[in-house]
Ligand binder design. Structure first.
Ligand SMILES: [Zn+2]
Length: 422
């Protein structure tokens, strides 16, 4: 069974009567999806967390139903961010790993889950956390115990020993103490770690395929895993029905990850024409996370980052302003993701203006965060559109996002799985 189908099944099992009722939303206009023209005045009927009807005009709500009046607003599909780190807030204090327990990460994550959903993001892909923290948040928002988006979670990322994603920057005995157990060397061990992640509850496998900007190591931004290791990771994950998302900056690292069968490239900073060709040929999707570059650049020179990290940020800042535009021109598929956590959660929609500045149309940008992202998650029959049978993941804004996608920076109303978020 596909992961999307499993998620749907999990949803069905817990969707017992806690909110077994009907809500009718009166809307001024409705953006059904990023491909169609908006509807005018409409009523959307939601029952038990699903959209059951989209009709013209404002018919009175049936007996017992809750009526939500958004007659002066435009409804749009809840947005999807394919790259967030809910359990962390921005900052350069890498030593915090030594003083803060995982339990604290869950508290921080609950705060950030609410900020994320109030910003209109009703589904997120959690791109790397402690062993259990993102899974606890995933259950918390699914059961409605905490306000937040639907969470598709990676858990602990796979990394090479001492690479980006592994513990680094400490004395060896401290590194050993903080080891999360997800480094691997050689195809056999890497395949075993994918199976372990699956056993622990990962919905997707995250790997750090190349060096990274915010870790305390200065070994460049090219491929860290060998081709054989990445191939083993991709094949093992796919055999378990899981996709692989790879953090990658260097061009040869991107190309190698794509050829190994990795499904999405996160960041993709130094993408060149050969890497773009590999991505096109293999159907690899780019998740550009432009807000991450914006966020770290804003905090340069303030004594927040260590010197090794400051140097790496300065080196990527210029490229970050142009690489997504190149990918677009080279016809690489692009889906929305921000790396929230590297900047403050809730600012996710700031990504749209940055995408537009590199050549995306408003419509393409909205699609990247709805239909395109839903397809990456293999959930395009459940989320990313407002249509009967789809999950009632609905947001309201002032204006038409198809004409100006930045109206999504100010979301006035958010509903996830039929629950209004407050
Ligand atoms: Zn990230």
């Amino acid at each position: 069974m596909k992961p999307a189908a499993l998620l749907a099944l999990a949803g069905a099992l817990i969707a017992t009567p806690a909110w077994a009722d009907t809500t009718v939303i009166h809307a001024g206009a409705v953006v059904v999806d990023a491909q169609s023209q908006p509807r005018g005045a409409s009523s959307i009927t939601v029952t038990d967390g699903r959209i059951v009807g989209v009709a013209d005009g404002h018919a009175p709500a049936p007996e017992g139903a809750v009526l939500v009046d958004l007659k002066d607003r435009t409804l749009a599909p809840g947005m999807i961010d394919l790259h967030v780190h809910l359990t962390g807030d921005p900052g350069g204090d890498f030593w915090k790993a030594t003083v803060e327990p995982d339990e604290w990460d869950v508290v921080v994550g609950a705060k950030n889950a609410r900020a994320t959903v109030l910003a209109g993001f009703t589904t997120v892909r959690e791109a790397g956390s402690g062993p259990e923290t993102a899974f606890a948040l995933r259950r918390g928002t699914a059961e409605g115990l905490i306000p937040g988006p639907r969470i598709v979670a990676a858990g602990v990322p796979l990394a090479i020993i001492g690479g980006h994603g592994d513990v680094n920057g400490f004395r060896p005995e401290v590194n050993e103490l903080l080891d999360t157990g997800f480094t691997c060397t050689g195809p056999v061990e890497c395949a075993a770690k994918v199976r372990l992640a699956s056993q622990n509850g990962s919905d997707v496998i995250k790997i750090t395929a190349t060096g990274g900007v915010l870790s305390q190591q200065g070994r460049g931004l090219e491929a860290h895993f060998s081709d054989a290791e990445m191939k083993a990771i991709a094949e093992t994950a796919h055999s378990l029905g899981l996709k692989v998302m790879a953090h990658a900056h260097g061009a040869r690292g991107i190309e190698a990850a794509s050829r190994a069968g990795i499904d999405t490239i996160e960041h993709g900073t130094y993408l060149d024409e050969a890497a773009a060709r590999a991505m096109r040929e293999n159907g690899t999707v780019l998740v550009p996370t432009l807000m991450a570059f914006q966020g770290v650049t804003e905090r340069l020179g303030k004594g927040i980052y260590t010197p090794v990290v400051e140097d790496k940020i300065r080196a990527v800042a210029e490229t970050a302003r142009v690489f997504m535009g190149k990918a677009l021109r080279w016809n690489v598929p692009i889906a929305f993701g921000t790396d929230a956590g590297v900047f403050a959660h809730g600012r996710n929609a700031g990504e749209f203006a940055l995408m537009r500045a590199q050549g995306m149309t408003d419509r393409q940008a909205l699609a990247s965060a709805t239909t395109v992202a839903a397809k990456v998650l293999e959930m395009d029959d459940q989320i990313g559109r407002l249509a009967p049978g789809y999950s009632a993941d609905i947001i309201a804004v002032d204006g038409n996002p198809l004409e100006d996608v930045t109206v999504l920076e100010k979301v006035d109303f958010a509903m996830v799985r039929g629950r209004v978020i407050e």
